[in-house]
Design a binder for this molecule. Structure first.
Ligand SMILES: *Cc1c(COP(=O)(O)O)cnc(C)c1O
Length: 394
């Protein structure tokens, strides 16, 4: 026994396990510029997520050394071993957030600390390395600074930022990755709805399940998204743009497509209104937009008029309330569209009608909330540290 221990401790002399692992350090960044900056596309030619900027950020991690030197380099293909664990076992997670050119000529991001915290939670869940959130925010700032001429200007225009973390261990054994790559790419984007809102039709979906208790539906893992495309095609074949995901025998409403979802009701007996969204019980993605809407609604809606609730509610409750004239509005909430008004929900062969303002594509509250968030994102209104300056326009 003693000898084995001695041997083990002896081997420590030759294998420097005790050396501390390098943490993510933005000050070490190495920048390789493109030879020639590209020319920005005209705003009207921007299609969501199809155009990318000149540079990307890439940082390698190994279990042996920790985080390597962050590199800002020309945008281009990755070279990976075909045995890399990302290709076989889905060691992949991502984030989505936006950078804005504000009215006072700064480049800001909206609540990036929330995205970084969520990214670290996703990483922990699939045994990929965690990192210092503030360092990655600084690095994203440096990347954006490099491509600042490509951030489109104007209401609804922004730079979509896509941080991604993958396991790159070149081995087929299913185990903890000992190599990883964190990269960030950015894409100039326009408003989700080019000509104002366009309310959507949803199919309440109980024939497929997006997420379940004890699962990973509350993490932004790539593995959660591919299985949702087939149900979306099935809904589309019946004329619906997105799935309204239901869960369990109660048929509780969870999310819509890849967005959180809000419904507004009015109690016809008391006259009191309610804004409701599903609670964070592990089956719901913890949306930054969702959190921002709840916060603003609690701060700004009159509590004598409105109740703001995170609670379970079912498609049957929505159908019943709609029949009594108590359904006021419904909308999806996420970074890409901010809010996305809903006009109809298909359920059991019928369409539940969601009221819209006369001649418009949204309800009054939906419109109000979209405006509140946009004012903060474009720097017209301050809200604590929600809008963070990450780069200068000089
Ligand atoms: C990203 C995402 C959301 C919205 O999150 P935001 O932080 O508001 O962009 C909601 N649901 C799912 C399933 C998502 O992937």
């Amino acid at each position: 026994m003693l000898r084995i221990q001695q041997l083990k401790s002896g081997s420590f002399l030759f294998r420097p396990f005790s050396r501390s692992l390098a943490s993510l350090d933005a000050s070490k960044v190495k920048i390789t510029n493109v030879r020639e900056h590209s020319v920005p596309k005209p705003n009207d030619q921007l299609v969501f997520g199809k155009t990318f900027t000149d540079h990307m950020l890439a940082i390698e991690w190994t279990a042996e050394k920790g985080w390597g030197v962050p590199e800002i380099q020309p945008y281009g293909p990755l070279t990976l071993d075909p045995s890399a664990c990302v290709f076989h076992y889905g060691f992949e997670l991502f984030e989505g957030l936006k950078a804005y050119k504000t009215s006072d000529n700064k480049i800001t991001m909206f609540r990036p600390d929330m995205n970084m915290a969520r990214m670290n939670k996703s990483a922990a869940r699939i045994c990929l390395p965690k990192f210092d959130s503030e360092e990655l925010i600084k690095l994203m700032g440096k990347l954006i600074q490099q491509d600042k001429h490509l951030i489109p200007e104007g209401q609804g225009y922004s730079l979509y930022v896509r941080p991604t973390l993958i396991g790159t261990t070149p081995a087929l054994g299913v185990s903890t990755p000992d190599r990883a790559l964190l990269f960030v790419i950015t894409s100039p984007v326009g408003p989700y709805y080019k000509t104002g809102f366009k309310a959507v039709r949803l199919e309440a979906t109980d024939y497929a399940t997006r997420a379940w208790p004890g699962g990973v539906g509350d993490k932004k893992l790539g593995a959660n998204y591919a299985p949702c495309i087939l149900p979306q095609l099935q809904a589309a074949s019946r004329g619906y743009q997105q799935n309204l995901w239901l869960f369990g025998p109660e048929k509780n409403i969870t999310e819509v497509g890849t967005m959180n979802v809000f419904f507004a009701f009015k109690n016809s007996a008391t006259g009191k209104k309610e804004l409701v969204t599903a609670p964070l019980d592990g089956t719901i993605l913890e949306g930054v937009t969702r959190d921002s809407i709840l916060t603003l609604a609690r701060e700004r809606l009159d509590p004598k008029e409105w109740e703001i609730n995170e609670r379970y509610f079912s498609i049957n409750e929505v159908a019943e309330k709609a029949a009594k004239g108590e359904l006021l509005e419904a909308f999806g909430a996420g970074t890409a569209a901010v809010v996305s008004p809903i006009k109809e929900v298909g359920w059991q062969g019928k369409d539940i009608q969601v009221p819209l303002l006369p001649g418009e594509q949204s309800g009054a509250l939906t419109k109000q909330i979209a405006q509140w968030i946009s004012e903060i994102q474009y720097g017209k209104v301050q809200h604590g540290n929600w809008s963070r300056v990450v780069a200068e326009l000089d």
